[in-house]
Design a protein around this ligand. Structure first.
Ligand code: THG
Length: 258
């Protein structure tokens, strides 16, 4: 699984504080820990409390690429923030995120192409998060249509079904798994699939077990990537074991140490 470390997100109080205080050591330490734990990319999100998201994102990009050359996943709803971040990034980037709205696609697809950036696109639009698989597939088809017409490389497109918390949308999770499987067969070559894994357990008590169970199930439905907590050792072990069962890695007795 292509692991995107989720921890540099202002949703976490300590991270919001470190961003506000421009605490380089804290942020760089969090970046290094996530890379050591197996992240291929790091999600960067200033959080809802940021008073200056543009300059906070510039600071995050510059601060983090001093200590790693991993891919930076620029997580913002603001076009200006994403544009500036991909312009100044020395590292490869992922844009997080577009969705099926015309304006988002018209802005972000060319931007991703210009900077050879990957693009995450959520299966939602102005009307909000869909309630069933059919709506999600319809929105994904629109995204795929637009990107293909632009000549965008499907291998660089990550479709996100928008994972919902289990305590508010339990009945949708089976549909979301089905959606992941169907995203992969909407076109050839297939787009990639991604979820924000911790969404599923927001507000729930036993978060880690719910997260890792969905990660393993998602893998069996063709989930390529997840934004997740790479410091959750049990989660990473479960993912590694699932990849062995799915024959995505070569078995060895010491696989957990690999
Ligand atoms: N899809 C895409 N990008 C995303 C998401 C997605 N980016 C953001 C989010 N969802 C994924 N990242 C997180 C990070 C943290 C949490 C959930 C998802 C989280 N945070 C604690 C909470 O809210 O309970 C913070 C509390 C704390 O410990 O301080 O759960 O779906 N493309």
């Amino acid at each position: 699984m292509f692991i995107v470390g989720e921890l540099i997100n202002g949703m976490y109080k300590q991270v919001a504080k470190a961003i506000a205080d421009k605490d380089k050591v804290f942020i760089q330490d969090l970046a290094k820990k996530q890379v050591e734990a197996g992240s291929f990319a790091l999600d960067l999100n200033c959080g809802p409390q940021s008073k200056d998201p543009l300059n906070d994102m510039i600071w995050l990009v510059e601060t983090i690429q001093e200590v790693t050359d991993k891919i930076l996943c620029i997580d913002s709803t603001k076009y200006e923030v994403i544009k500036k971040a991909v312009e100044i990034a020395k590292n490869k980037t992922m844009i997080n995120s577009a969705n099926a709205e015309d304006e988002k696609l018209e802005n972000l697809v060319p931007l991703a192409q210009k900077h050879n950036s990957a693009l995450i696109a959520l299966a939602m639009d102005k009307k909000g998060i869909p309630q069933n698989k059919e709506q999600r597939l319809e929105l994904a088809a629109k995204i795929i249509g637009f990107t293909q017409e632009s000549g965008f490389d499907m291998q660089n497109l990550f479709l996100d079904p928008v994972l919902m918390p289990i305590n508010v949308a339990q009945a949708q999770l089976v549909e979301i798994l089905d959606t992941i499987r169907d995203f992969k067969i909407l076109t050839e070559p297939s787009p990639k699939t991604i979820v924000g894994l911790s969404n599923i357990s927001q507000g729930a008590k036993a978060r880690s077990i719910i997260n890792r169970t969905f990660a393993v199930m998602g893998l069996s439905y063709g989930l390529d990537s997840a934004i997740l907590d790479p410091l959750d050792k049990k989660l990473i072990d479960a993912i590694k074991a699932a990849e062995l069962v799915l024959n995505k890695n070569i078995y060895c007795d010491s696989f957990l140490g690999a």
